[in-house]
Write a protein that binds this ligand. Sequence first.
Ligand code: NAP
Ligand code: GLV
Length: 313
Amino acid sequence: MPRVLITGKVPSSVVRRLEAHCEVDMYLGDGPIPKAELLARVAGAHGLLSLITEQIDAEVMAAGTDLRVIANVAVGYNNVDVAAARTRGITVTNTPDVLTEATADFTWALLLAVTRRLGEGERLVRSGGWTRWALDFMLGMELRGKQLGIVGYGRIGKAVAVRGRAFGMRIAYTSRTPQLLADAEAMSVDQVLATSDVVSLHVPLTPETTHLIGKTALTKMKRSAYLVNTTRGPVVDEAALVWALEQHLIAGAALDVYEREPEVHPGLLPFENVVLAPHLGSATVETRTAMADLAARNALAVLAGEPALTPVP
Ligand code: NAP
Ligand code: GLV
């Protein structure tokens, strides 16, 4: 039987699916598996189910000389050295589609929270600081008729746009591949930044998208606009974001992801107009189960000599 290492806890139904065909070794410790333990346990494994908290680099692959598949339990796979895997003939897979709707929903939860000042209001109520209703009290920004700018018009970007239309927003988007769409306007990143009332980031983390949103980009945004990031932390230069908030260059920001998770830039914490979530984009019972299950099916397919269901491009 092939051996599969799972780097963190996954639902028991997924373990059972793998156990029907493989010997399963699942790391049960709290937090991410320590690197030394990962290196020791990957030795002799034919398949690896990895979580985004692990860097699956050339060192891990060198230790896992029998590895045939790395099935990342995420759609983003910036934590896997895909080039190193290709060199070794290891298939890398991810979990697209199954998390699109949950992540788009959560992007909207953040978008609404920041534009309608939900975090700020909740903190006020809990602290006992709310004293009265007033006509001009804690006013937010209406979304109807405003422009939602989507940077990275892929699966999640498009699902976020669908929700935007339901809220009466105009959709602008960036794409490197020309698309003829009647219900959304293609723009350069600079145009999206300059004209949108809400900018939502959905590009994958790559060398080109690292710090895509830095001082220069933030300076281009409208002072009344909000930034939402549910993709990967390093797409935004957090120090530059703190600077832009201090200078009142944007109206607010909502973040699910951070440059050095689980650390958050301390400069972000005092801002009432910043909403901070702990990387919850895909975090529903249904979606996380579907992600782990898809990763398991990918691993089983490759170990059976069949094509992976969702290999990374
Ligand atoms: P996707 O369908 O591949 O969409 C990403 C889009 O970004 C692509 O359509 C692509 O469009 C564009 N893009 C790709 N590389 C680019 C580059 N170098 N520069 C500019 N644009 C680029 O992926 P998805 O399923 O929507 O997922 C997007 C990301 O969301 C994932 O990579 C992951 O990091 C993040 N995510 C986060 C959570 C969370 O929990 N917060 C959950 C799920 C996913 P063009 O080629 O047309 O430019
Ligand atoms: C989560 O962050 C994912 O990329 O699936």
